[in-house]
Design a protein around this ligand. Structure first.
Ligand SMILES: Nc1nc2c(c(=O)[nH]1)N[C@@H](CN(C=O)c1ccc(C(=O)N[C@@H](CCC(=O)O)C(=O)O)cc1)CN2
Length: 282
């Protein structure tokens, strides 16, 4: 039986401890993992996330290279930076922080990252590898959700899983990962006719809609496991896509915001970077 609160902060700390040990071993073989993070513009939330990534790299012994480009940088210049990083032998992972400004074609930029360095797991080939259940980089938030559930002893096989939201970076990939774990998966979204009727079927409900406290207790089955991917800044802190206080009374387990899925995202990014660096040690 797992704890009611799924402790992403605690689980991510354990993963980072494991990674720090592995990094020490890699360093003995003269391999220091390197992560390049590219930030375009000054979006305050993106700045927070990029700084968190840099801090975590420093704590674990991963070389972190942060590149900040102005909001009005041309697509061409950004692509040329990606090309340079693709060719840099000390860089194992490249991450372009999302969202990008409107004048830049996000897909074009993500497609340009070498699949071998795609630690964000957003390249079409990385997504294709998830579809085919082949080895490759898994996007950090979806992978973090699966890892958190597994390490919290939540059984996925045979469970009715509902993913609310169909974004390319969370909804679609987490649905595929749940399918690969032999869950029965339904994806609900803004055009779904009766969302509550679908979410109430879920043994495992993953919510990634980007609407503050949209999921209320009446939308959740008694005993469901609820994973909240949303992050909304309010006056007195952070809220998720789930109305935590009322839903926790009904759920058998639930992720908090903060301290749930968010920290797992950073831990899985670090894990992908180490996975990439491992190839240099062979
Ligand atoms: N290139 C990418 N861009 C974005 C991704 C991504 O995986 N790759 N995901 C999100 C943002 N994100 C990482 O970039 C991210 C979000 C939240 C957290 C986190 O630890 N949140 C804390 C709260 C921190 C705070 O805001 O004060 C928590 O939930 O406890 C980490 C990473 C969009 N862009």
């Amino acid at each position: 039986m797992q704890d009611k609160i799924l402790d992403g902060k605690g689980v991510s700390a354990k993963i980072k401890e494991e990674l720090a040990e592995e990094i020490k071993e890699l360093q003995k073989k003269n391999v220091t993992p390197g992560l390049a993070v590219v930030l375009v513009g000054e979006d305050p939330a993106s700045q927070v996330y990029v700084n968190m990534k840099e801090k975590t790299c420093n704590a674990l012994g991963i070389v972190s290279r942060k590149h900040v480009l102005p909001e009005d940088v041309s697509e061409e210049k950004l692509l040329s930076m990606v090309d340079d990083l693709n060719n840099d032998p000390e860089i194992d992972g490249i991450l372009v922080q999302l969202p990008l400004p409107g004048h830049i074609d996000e897909n074009k930029v993500l497609d340009r990252i070498k699949v071998e360095k795609d630690v964000d797991g957003f390249h079409p080939e990385s997504i294709g590898r998830v579809v085919l259940a082949q080895d490759g980089f898994r996007a950090a938030t979806p992978a973090g959700i699966i890892e958190l559930l597994k390490r919290s002893n939540v059984t996925l096989e045979g469970k009715e899983a509902v993913v609310l939201g169909r974004s390319n970076i969370v909804g679609k990939p987490v649905a595929l990962l749940l399918l690969n774990e032999n869950a029965t998966v339904t994806v609900a979204h803004s055009r779904t006719k009766d969302i509550a009727e679908v979410t109430r079927r879920a043994d495992i409900l993953v919510v990634a809609v980007g609407r503050k406290e949209m999921v209320t207790a009446d939308m959740v089955k008694q005993g469901a496991v609820v994973v909240d991917v949303g992050i909304h800044r309010v006056e007195d802190g952070l809220k998720g896509d789930v109305a935590f206080e009322e839903v926790k009374e009904k759920a058998s387990a639930i992720t908090p915001v903060p301290g749930g899925v968010g920290p797992m995202t950073i831990a899985m990014l670090m894990s992908n970077t180490v996975k990439s660096a491992r190839k240099r040690a062979i």
